[in-house]
Design a protein around this ligand. Structure first.
Ligand code: HEC
Length: 156
């Protein structure tokens, strides 16, 4: 008899503990942090600065049709994968060479000059986007812009 009571008491105790943890879980701060891993510690691998976001936009207007969507799998066979071009493990193209090539193009080889359509800011943004894709932390797809998330969280 005593044992059965003890077991049931223990189960209820465990249930209350679990319920408390669950109720506290999603809230930021407070003692719940120490008890359960808060969901916001999972890194958003599409969260980017405004300039990388702009680079992603330029890319999918002007560059993807030869160099490939999401800066991978080039569509034009002679266009290199630019993730490889800027990677230390690949051609290790420094920022200046990237910017120069994008600016002036290589007409004879089928790479257009972009100085007619883009300004130097846009080309810098393209570089930081391609670099983020090359370094690997930015996953394929539409990135999440930090400033969008901040305005979304503001009350109307
Ligand atoms: C019409 C097809 C086409 C488009 C559109 C295009 N490229 Fe290219 N790009 C190429 C080709 C082809 C090469 C290779 C040229 C060569 O063989 O030297 C190249 C090479 C490059 C290189 C040099 C890479 C290396 O390793 O030599 C960079 C940087 C580059 N492109 C950036 C861009 C950017 C940024 C855009 C968009 C603004 C863009 N390209 C749009 C065809 C294209």
């Amino acid at each position: 008899m005593r044992t059965r009571h003890f077991v049931r008491g223990g189960l209820i105790g465990a249930w209350i503990t679990a319920a408390t943890v669950m109720a506290w879980g999603p809230r930021a701060g407070g003692p719940a942090r120490a008890m359960a891993a808060p969901p916001d510690t999972v890194r958003d691998s599409l969260l980017v600065s405004d300039s990388i976001y702009q680079g992603w936009k330029w890319w999918h207007v002007y560059c993807y049709r030869c160099h490939g969507e999401d800066a991978m799998r080039p569509i034009l066979p002679t266009a290199p994968d630019l993730r490889w071009a800027v990677s230390p493990a690949g051609a290790n193209f420094p920022r200046d060479s990237f910017v120069n090539t994008a600016w002036n193009g290589r007409a004879a080889k089928g790479m257009p000059a972009w100085n007619v359509l883009l300004d130097s800011t846009a080309i810098q943004e393209l570089y930081v986007y391609v670099k983020a894709r090359s370094d690997g932390w930015l996953k394929p797809g539409r990135p999440h812009r930090l400033s969008d998330l901040e305005s979304k969280n503001k009350s109307p």
